[in-house]
Write a new protein. Structure first.
Length: 94
């Protein structure tokens, strides 16, 4: 449990540093605003953790966001992913 908390904390710290180094857009690889991150979480997961299928439209690299490797993305992991540019707004169908 402590290791997981440290990993999430570490990801949040790195996310804060990345936020200063990138723009605040919605494109893949850019840092999402907290409001955009919350909106995407509520749309994709609501009150539960995200599985791989639920995360797919928003998280191209599931393993990078699932920092503890348990096969699901928690809200804390998702927020850290938003802050590091690993989560993006769903792409429109062409």
């Amino acid at each position: 449990m402590i290791t997981r908390m440290f990993m999430v904390w570490f990801a949040l710290v790195l996310g804060g540093l990345a936020a200063h180094a990138t723009d605040k857009g919605g494109a893949a690889g850019s840092v999402l605003s907290l409001d955009d991150c919350r909106a995407i979480w509520n749309l994709a997961a609501g009150r539960s953790d995200l599985g791989r299928d639920q995360a797919q439209p928003y998280v191209p690299d599931f393993a990078a966001v699932d920092v503890n490797g348990d096969g699901k993305i928690t809200n804390a992991e998702f927020r850290a992913g938003c802050e590091t540019g690993l989560v993006h707004k769903a792409r429109r169908a062409d």
